[in-house]
Design a protein around this ligand. Structure first.
Ligand code: ZN
Length: 278
């Protein structure tokens, strides 16, 4: 098995929203070198391409190619969307068998369609939790703000064919695990190699672990729809990740997206293991 990190562009988010309940006095020194004058932070759109003997799994699709000019400007979205980014990394999008979505917010599900509106991964099954589809297409105005509903309606039948209800092994060694918290049907993706030569498991916790400071289970974003669930599930997952020395890939970290957790008092700290070369 091989896991490749593919960055599908970048966008900019309000720093205060990323730190949610955490007072600025505690966080601004952590990001002093990357904070813009208008208090924004650059966010990478990190995706994974997992190659297994049984097929290829793409995790996340980024913002994609269909964002309107106004939203594109507001988000300061730039860089290669998922399709050119995959090709540049040597992967043909037509060979993707499964697209696993941590959740369906605009910055994760936007790349399911190509610029023309056709399925970007024609042979793939999309796997997100059924609960996520239901809330994404629902009517709660607080919750639906982070979803691009007109776009999701265009892929909802495609998505329904791959609904997961609970934990599911997508291909041997690649499992999705419902977490909730950030969104109602949010899920993590865990990759475990098999046999004596298997390396450490690789975990993608989606937007429960966006950035290095997410390693504190209580540091959650203002975008977490069910914050207490986030704190609880992060505590549980991070305990296991530490005990089994999982490799973590952060969902929006631009500079040091690959790392592991270490114990730090009543929380964890994130330790980068490798810096991407570009
Ligand atoms: Zn996100």
């Amino acid at each position: 098995m091989r896991v490749a990190l593919v960055q599908a562009g970048t966008f900019w988010s309000d720093a205060g929203a990323l730190f949610g309940p955490v007072p600025r006095i505690l966080w601004d020194r952590l990001v002093s070198d990357e904070l813009t004058p208008d208090w924004r932070l650059g966010q990478a759109l990190n995706c994974l391409l997992i190659e297994t003997p049984a097929g290829r799994v793409l995790v996340e699709t980024g913002i994609g190619e269909r964002l309107g000019d106004k939203a594109r400007k507001m988000r300061q979205y730039s860089g290669d969307p998922i399709l050119p980014a995959l090709r540049l990394a040597g992967f043909d999008p037509a060979t993707v068998d499964v697209v696993a979505m941590s959740h369906l917010h605009f910055d994760h599900a936007g790349g399911l369609l190509d610029a023309s509106g056709a399925h970007a991964f024609p042979r793939a099954t999309i796997v997100a939790q059924r609960a996520e589809w239901e809330i994404a297409l629902g009517t709660n105005s607080r919750l639906v703000a982070s979803y691009d509903q007109p776009e999701l309606h265009l892929v909802s039948d495609w998505g329904a064919a791959g609904w997961a209800e609970g934990e599911r092994e997508l291909l041997p060694g690649v499992t999705v695990l419902p977490t909730g918290g950030h969104s109602a049907g949010h899920q993590a993706v865990i990759v475990r190699g098999q046999g004596p030569a298997a390396g450490r498991p690789v975990a993608f916790f989606g937007d429960l672990a966006m950035r290095p400071w997410s390693a504190n289970p209580r540091w959650i974003t203002a975008f977490d729809d069910f914050p207490l669930d986030s704190v609880k599930v992060k505590s549980e997952l991070f305990r296991q990740a530490l005990a089994e020395d999982w490799t973590l890939v952060l969902s929006h970290e631009p500079r040091t997206p690959i790392g592991r957790l270490v114990a730090d008092r009543d929380r964890y700290a994130y330790q980068p293991v490798r810096t991407p070369t570009g």
